[in-house]
Design a protein around this ligand. Structure first.
Ligand code: NAP
Length: 255
């Protein structure tokens, strides 16, 4: 039970296929109290139904496109739960047309939107958590990234650029927060069929290629990615900060 006595905030739950759900189940199994945030009030009932599987968990609405909304959510979370030990940022969004058209046609608005929701939001979350004194000493912040940040993957397009910026932000945030013993890392997960992944052209082909080429000859599951997030939340990973940890069955090492 490596998270015994800890409370972690999982941001970006949508349904039982979400990587955030895999992370929540793993953290719960390892002893943590779980708090969630979700984006839109229209999903409140479904989210509450889903999280009822985890005793003592609670979900709060938080749209990360607004600093005000993050601040209000964090104030309420602190009031009702006290300080917390970890935050998972499991959030991304890009306009569908920017994942369907050629990258060169990415609009200014589409570029800014993908960057704001998928990358800048991590900076806003870290800063507001610090300002609101939400985090305990030795807290751990984890985000999710993908291989398309460093390699060209047809259809990943503007999201690849957003993930590259997210990974750089992980390093700068790790430096800023290191003196307070707060760690910041990213997990670069292999492809998983989630609602967000459905927006990526030929996603099934990507899954097939990974199965064929990855050293472990299979795709990753939300449960496996969740276990790595649990490790990064835990004191077992105390010496790791500013890193991109690959959870991809080795796919990224292949030439
Ligand atoms: P998912 O279940 O669709 O989760 C994405 C989450 O982002 C949803 O809960 C979505 O909420 C939330 N979100 C979007 N806009 C938001 C906003 N303005 N405010 C707050 N939340 C917002 O898909 P997922 O695959 O698990 O994605 C989680 C993370 O893993 C993402 O960063 C993704 O890029 C990353 N990742 C995924 C894969 C993969 O193959 N699936 C691989 C590597 C990394 P709503 O749906 O309610 O808007």
């Amino acid at each position: 039970m490596i998270l015994e006595g800890k409370t972690v905030l999982i941001m970006g739950i949508r349904n039982k296929w979400s990587i955030a759900w895999g992370a929540a189940l793993s953290a719960h199994k390892n002893g943590a109290k779980i708090i969630f945030t979700y984006a839109g009030s229209e999903n409140q009932e479904k989210i509450e139904d889903l999280i009822s599987e985890i005793p003592n968990s609670k979900a709060y609405e938080c749209d990360v496109s607004s600093d005000e909304k993050i601040k209000n959510a964090f104030q309420l979370i602190k009031k009702e739960n006290g300080k917390i030990d970890g935050i998972l940022h499991s959030i991304a969004h890009a306009n569908t047309e920017d994942l369907r058209n050629c990258f060169i046609n990415t609009s200014r608005e589409g570029f800014n939107h993908a960057g704001e929701i998928s990358s800048y939001s991590l900076i806003a979350i870290a800063r507001i958590a610090k300002e609101e004194e939400l985090l305990k000493e030795e807290a751990s912040i984890v985000t999710l990234t993908y291989y398309g940040s460093t390699k060209v993957l047809t259809g990943y397009n503007v999201m690849g650029v957003a993930k590259a910026s997210l990974e750089a932000s992980v390093r700068y945030l790790a430096d800023d927060l290191g003196e307070e013993q707060i760690r910041v890392n990213a997990v670069s997960a292999g492809p998983i069929k989630t609602l967000s992944a459905k927006g990526i052209k030929d996603f099934n082909k990507i899954l097939d290629i990974v199965e064929e080429k990855a050293p472990l000859k299979r795709n990753v599951t939300i449960s496996e990615v969740g276990d790595i997030i649990t490790f990064l939340f835990s004191p077992m990973s105390k010496a790791i900060t500013g890193q991109i940890v690959y959870a991809d069955n080795g796919y990224s090492i292949m030439g």
